[in-house]
Design a protein around this ligand. Structure first.
Ligand SMILES: [Cu+2]
Length: 729
């Protein structure tokens, strides 16, 4: 799927960036390997150019470098992957030797060859080509009468296809099931223990994940009749949902230094899509109460577990005392049903944080145990003026015809891709609404609380100014067209609604139809902002136009710049070990292995994904130096150490996925993605490493204790992708 904007963007990029500007790559992406440093995947980010048979001596390579973006993944507003490409050519003869030609020119086109977009005049050596924004594309080098031609007319010399073109059609499976009703007869299977209870909340039965309208489930021989090899679980066994309290929308709790908060996790009843379901909630609210505190405040939280599973509360991103970090097995024992725990939470950094369980997140967080904490900066001028602040928790939930699709009782289902939901939620609602006045500036605090979905949030018609991320503000504010946020990441954007009207909050991504090997636009409306009435007073238009430089942030980061250039102190490789899988699933995986997109934006294989449990898939963080993995990793640092860690995401595993890696208790800078230095820094606690990609983190070991580092895709965490590092005094 080629977006209009992608072509326009490409043409724009050619005008702006075309020509022989030096390439911005810090290290050659596709050159020979000369270090033990983990590198970005050449299979995904290098494109070999093939010469015409009559000029076999010519060779070339296109490097699909990282395009400029403040986010961990560079995509267009429509969700197309963006690359900043360079070409390296050798043995090009004098163009005159090939005919009446004077120059060589590089072009790019989608597989349909329309539009054919000029990239740059090229020669031997390296040339920066500019941005490529097509999902599938072919690069051509031609000999032309002049380097200034605008249309391709000369002789083809080299060409090469993007790695994404290798996606194959799954031709043997192309027998689509027409409608949802066609698989209704498969929709209920007995429980894995063979019992089929009549009442949903007595004993859940496996219900298949629902089919998707754009990518119908196709029969997979030997897979179709399978259910996950684990007993199904839904909350509230033996409880009459009618006796549970109806969940209430969240309230705001203003907490002052020294205050005490009583927080309880309990069962609630909600109606979603016309079905009554049993969910979890903090203090009976969805999301949990929004806590508003001051920078440097400390509050005591008296927590009580009134759900049917052990739990604990993790204060995500907060650099608090280790004993209050809420990670069972590392900092505390799980809080058993009926049990209590006291947390002392110190808010050292201003910004947007969130709290959630650290036990079976795939169930507990998915079913409503999440809440935001907004830590107000001490500086009154930390941000530009805004008329109001809204905190948005982005989520999804998987609901079938029989209600919630059950979870695995003692281990996770959806171990490969994570549990993608089919209903998208903002603050727990499928139809979020916000009323504003024209010209109003709204500061949005965005938190992705989904199990696995990465969002690309856009608000067509309203400009977005990016001001902050996980643990504070950027060095400089920037304009963005969309916000790409992986699970557990936060971003702060200021949005001005210029005139009366309706503005849609959209998730705009390019999903993959694995049946036919194509991309398709998946645009979902998450909610609506209605601007009406008289324009807001005062109008901060002038202040809004100005992009602020946060000199205090720059000064803070200055203290760490001397470490930026050093070699990584530690490395981690993210990979996957697979056990016995059904034959059909293995076949699917092998075929899909020809290409993996940097980010899996949508769960377009719900059946296959559902079947695989944590028994069959182990996600691995491996230290290549010590050869230790996951919980065996034994990293020790001293308080005050500044540590550079390179993390690479193995492209060669049988089902690569992007991984949002979270480090507890500390803050870090993302110095580089795929060896391209970040232009605008911000302190973070969660970084997304796209498939085949690398990131370099600079971690400030500022907080003593034993801390977890793990993937924040709930099903990957539950499938092993976690380790512990210790910071000693
Ligand atoms: Cu992961």
């Amino acid at each position: 799927m080629i977006g209009r904007t992608a072509a326009a963007l490409l043409i724009g990029a050619t005008v702006l960036l075309g020509g022989a500007r030096p390439a911005p790559l810090a290290a050659p992406l596709c050159g020979p390997v000369e270090t033990e440093r983990l590198r970005p995947s050449t299979d995904l980010y290098c494109l070999e150019l093939i010469p015409r048979p009559d000029v076999p001596e010519i060779s070339g390579m296109v490097e699909l470098g990282r395009a400029a973006s403040p986010f961990d993944i560079a995509v267009s507003v429509e969700g197309n992957q963006r690359y900043d490409a360079s070409v390296v050519l050798s043995n090009l003869p004098d163009p005159k030797s090939l005919g009446n030609y004077a120059a060589y020119v590089a072009w790019v086109a989608p597989p349909s060859l329309d539009p054919m977009v000029k990239l740059a005049q090229v020669g031997n050596g390296r040339t920066h080509l500019g941005e490529i924004g097509f999902d599938k594309f072919i690069v051509f080098v031609t000999a032309e009468a002049s380097g200034t031609v605008t249309e391709r007319g000369g002789r083809l010399v080299l060409r090469g296809m993007s790695p994404s073109i290798r996606m194959q059609q799954h031709s043997m499976f192309i027998i689509t099931r027409g409608s949802d009703s066609a698989h209704a007869d498969h929709a209920e299977h007995g429980g894995a223990d063979g019992r089929t209870g009549a009442r949903a909340y007595e004993k859940p039965r496996w219900t298949m994940p629902p089919a998707r309208p754009r990518t119908p489930m196709v029969p997979m021989p030997g897979v179709d009749e399978l259910i996950p090899a684990v007993a199904p679980f839904l909350p509230g066994a033996g409880v009459d949902p009618a006796k549970l309290p109806e969940a209430r929308p969240r309230t705001v709790m203003r907490l002052l230094n020294g205050d005490t908060l009583d927080l309880a996790a309990s069962l609630v009843r909600r109606t979603i899509n016309g079905r009554t379901v049993v969910l979890y909630a903090y203090n009976g609210q969805y999301p949990g109460p929004l806590l508003r505190v001051d920078e440097d405040a400390t509050v005591v939280v008296r927590f009580r577990n009134a759900i049917d599973l052990p739990t604990a509360v993790h204060w995500h991103g907060v650099r608090l005392e280790n004993r209050s970090d809420g990670t069972p097995g590392v900092t505390q024992d799980p809080v058993l049903p009926g049990g209590r725990f006291m947390y002392r939470v110190h808010f050292k950094d201003a910004g947007i944080y969130w709290y959630h369980p650290h036990v079976r997140e795939d169930i507990q967080q998915d079913l409503g145990l999440y809440g935001n904490i907004l830590v107000k900066p001490r500086r009154p001028d930390a941000f530009g003026p805004a008329h109001r602040e809204e905190t948005l928790m982005l989520d999804d939930i998987l609901v079938g015809e029989g209600g919630l699709v059950p979870f695995g009782e003692d281990r996770v289902t959806h171990a490969l891709m994570g549990r993608f939901g089919n209903l998208l939620l903002i603050n727990g609602e499928t139809s979020y609404r916000l009323g504003v006045r024209p010209k109003e500036i709204v500061r949005l605090y965005l938190t992705n609380v989904s199990n696995t979905r990465t969002f690309n949030l856009a608000i067509p018609g309203a400009r977005m100014k990016l001001a902050g991320a996980d643990v504070g503000r950027y060095e400089r504010e920037t304009w963005v067209e969309s916000v790409a946020l992986a699970p557990a990441q936060r971003y702060i954007v200021d949005i001005r609604f210029p005139a009366a009207g309706r503005y849609a909050l959209m998730n705009q991504v390019q999903a993959i139809d694995h049946n036919v090997g194509t991309f398709f636009a998946e645009f979902d409306t998450l909610g609506l902002v209605e601007a009406s009435g008289p324009p807001v007073e005062p109008d901060f238009a002038r202040e809004y136009e100005r992009l602020r430089e946060n000199t205090d942030v720059v000064t803070d980061i200055d203290r760490y710049r001397s470490w930026f250039a050093r070699a990584p102190d530690r490395q981690l490789l993210l990979t996957l070990k697979l056990g016995q899988l059904p034959f059909g699933v293995m076949q699917m995986l092998r075929r899909d292995q020809m290409y993996s997109h940097p980010v899996e934006w949508s769960g377009t294989m719900p059946m296959m994904d559902w079947l695989v449990t944590a028994d069959q898939a182990e996600w691995v963080m491996r230290d290549p130096e010590t050869k230790t993995e996951n919980m065996a990793i034994d990293w020790k640092f001293r308080l005050g150490d500044v540590v550079k860690v390179r993390i690479a995401n193995d492209r060669s595993s049988l089902h690569p996925m992007p991984h949002p890696i979270h480090m507890h208790g500390q803050r870090f800078l993302v110095l580089a993605h795929n060896d391209v230095a970040s232009a605008n820094l911000v302190w973070k606690d969660t970084v997304l490493i796209p498939v085949g990609g690398t990131v370099d983190l600079l971690i400030e070991m500022s907080n003593p204790g034993k801390w977890m580092m793990h993937c924040h895709i709930a099903e990957h965490l539950e499938s092993g992708m976690m380790g512990v590092f210790e910071v000693v005094r």
